[in-house]
Design a protein around this ligand. Structure first.
Ligand code: NAP
Length: 282
């Protein structure tokens, strides 16, 4: 356990929550939930729990036995969290992964709020409604899988995914075909296309690698959104800037908004998010 945040001087025992991952020391979740608890007057305790890669099930069982009420789950445990839950909710089932567990007696409910957090961030903090717009997601990993259902729900005219390994994008197209239409392929299939919102959900934001984006991909006024956060101007944002895109965003708001969904589920009160995003940037 690497962090322990007591959130109120209240003398009754605080309900316990935590984020579990490997590694976890970098996690901003304890700070986010402390700020939410302060803003809403909720009496909670929120820890960061480091779990060995093969020990997530034991960590979960121990947390439940100790009376824990809810967990945020991050890499590499999101798929396992969904599998271990007794009650996976549609958002988790569709993504095949969960990032939030609510513990209700001997039942464990699983949700995936990554997509909801992304769409809320884009709408509320970047003034971009997706209805009728052309939306492209770059990458076909876990983050894309979690984001696509919520993006589709927002009603874009076109929802597309492009990945370095094109077959992985096509697998997503097949997986989601019963629920919504998805254009899928490799980066080379993007030639001649343009989009109003382009979301980088590849892990290149963590490196200094650019992406093979064809000319004209960003429509006039497009928003270039990189899911990574805390990295400043990423290679993807720089590529967008170089072709004249002025609307750039990172994934900090997505992180805070998915946390807000978890907090609202657990505590029945929706925390304010704009001040928390500002505080984290500060
Ligand atoms: P992942 O499952 O490991 O997927 C990585 C993706 O990146 C794959 O599609 C992979 O393509 C692609 N990729 C890696 N290196 C590449 C390169 N050099 N060129 C082109 N494509 C490359 O990762 P993930 O969990 O989806 O996470 C993706 C990003 O989202 C990370 O930066 C993560 O930090 C961020 N994220 C942010 C939030 C948030 O709350 N803001 C939440 C979740 C994730 P291949 O399939 O071809 O290997």
């Amino acid at each position: 356990m690497v962090d322990n945040v007591a959130m109120s001087p209240n003398t009754t025992p605080a309900d316990r929550y935590a984020v579990v991952g490997h590694p976890i020391a970098h996690s901003k979740s304890p700070t986010i939930h402390r700020l939410f608890a302060q803003a809403t007057g909720q009496h909670i305790e929120y820890n960061a729990i480091e779990s060995a890669p093969d020990a997530f099930a034991d960590t979960l069982i121990r947390f439940v036995a100790q009376g824990g009420k809810g967990l945020n789950v991050t890499l590499p445990f999101k798929v396992e969290a969904c599998e271990l839950a007794t009650d996976p909710m549609p958002s988790a089932v569709l993504a095949g992964a969960a990032n939030c567990l609510a513990i209700r007696g001997d039942r464990i409910e699983a949700h995936n709020f990554d997509g909801k957090g992304l769409v809320t961030d884009i709408a509320q903090h970047h003034d971009t409604l997706l209805r009728g717009r052309r939306v492209l997601v770059l990458g076909a990993g876990g983050a894309t899988r979690g984001a696509l259902p919520a993006l589709a729900d927002a009603g874009p005219a076109v929802l597309a995914v492009a990945n370095r390994t094109a077959d992985k994008a096509r697998d997503l197209q097949i997986h989601f075909a019963p629920h919504f239409a998805l254009q899928a392929g490799g980066f080379e299939d993007l030639a001649g296309e343009s989009f109003d919102l382009i979301i980088n959900a590849t892990s290149t934001g963590l490196s200094d690698q650019g992406l093979p984006l064809p000319p004209g991909l960003f429509a006039p006024g497009a928003l270039a959104y990189d899911m990574v956060y805390g990295k400043g101007l990423t290679p993807f944002m720089r590529q967008a800037q170089e072709v004249g895109v002025t609307r750039l965003a990172d994934g900090l708001g997505m992180l805070v908004e998915q946390a807000a969904e978890a907090f609202a589920l657990w505590r029945g009160v929706r925390p304010p998010t704009a001040d928390v995003i500002r505080a984290l940037r500060g």
